[in-house]
Design a protein around this ligand. Structure first.
Ligand SMILES: Nc1ncnc2c1ncn2[C@@H]1O[C@H](COP(=O)(O)OP(=O)(O)O)[C@@H](O)[C@H]1O
Ligand SMILES: [Mg+2]
Length: 230
């Protein structure tokens, strides 16, 4: 039995100090199996981005324990986080977050070079994953020459490039129409299954819930049972 992709025990996150302290996560217990496609759902301000930021090694937790593929997240110095992030995480943002001055293939290749790929190897991998998302004819297009759905497909390609084991997506369909949002999410799901990524998607978008292996609800910094349907 291999360890889960994610294991959290009593995880908390407090922003600020003293009278201004705000506890955004109030004790999260969560396990995510390897290969699972999980959706994290909750109202605005409930702590979704905070939780994703801790899993993505952008923020350190305040208390409790967290493990990514058995690597502890707690008790780390802030300066150790970027290295963990580069080894384990692919991130898809709400806005596509592509660099406008770079072409599609450069946008995908650039983070690979940060991970130690040679320029040539990074470009080869970028072209392969852009092919996998159906953009083989847009390799040298800049983001402003692409549709919203195409830009979000470049973001998917960038996240899966180099095969990071955990893909985190923060409201990836928020700027897309319903049909395009469902297409991009289906593509992400199919590629993850094929390539063995674990995926956590934060979303408000009830039209993509059915694609999840499991849906987890968060309210006011705590995981809660799903709301009862009317
Ligand atoms: N850097 C910060 N400093 C202080 N409070 C913050 C910070 N970031 C988020 N918060 C607060 O933490 C709570 C959870 O925020 P967030 O994780 O962004 O929620 P969500 O993504 O579910 O909308 C909110 O009340 C928000 O105002
Ligand atoms: Mg958010």
């Amino acid at each position: 039995m291999s360890d889960p992709a994610v294991k959290l025990k009593g995880l908390t996150k407090t922003y600020g100090e003293g009278a201004l302290a705000f506890e955004a996560l109030k004790g999260i217990d969560l396990e995510v199996a390897r290969g699972e496609f999980l959706m994290l759902v909750g109202p605005s301000g409930s702590g979704k981005t905070t939780l994703l930021s801790i899993l993505g090694c952008v923020l350190a937790p305040t208390r409790g324990e967290g493990f990514l593929f058995s690597e502890p997240l707690h008790g780390r110095k802030e300066r150790e986080l970027p290295e963990l992030r580069l080894s384990y995480i692919g991130f898809i943002f709400q806005g596509h977050n592509l660099l406008p001055a770079l072409t599609a293939e450069q946008n995908v290749a650039f983070p690979l070079e940060l991970r130690g790929y040679s320029h040539r190897a990074a470009l080869a991998e970028a072209r392969e994953v852009l092919g996998a998302v159906g953009l083989e004819d847009k390799l040298t297009s800049h983001p402003d020459a692409l549709s919203g759905g195409q830009r979000q497909r470049v973001s998917v390609a960038r996240a899966i490039a180099g095969r990071p084991p955990l893909i985190l997506a923060d409201e990836p369909t928020a700027s897309l129409d319903a049909q395009t949002g469902a297409q991009v999410t289906t593509l992400l799901k199919d590629l993850s299954t094929e390539r063995g990524h674990t995926v956590i998607v934060v979303t408000h978008d009830s039209r993509i819930f059915h694609l999840a292996d499991r849906t987890v609800h968060i309210e006011d910094g705590r995981l809660v049972p799903p709301p009862v349907k009317e």
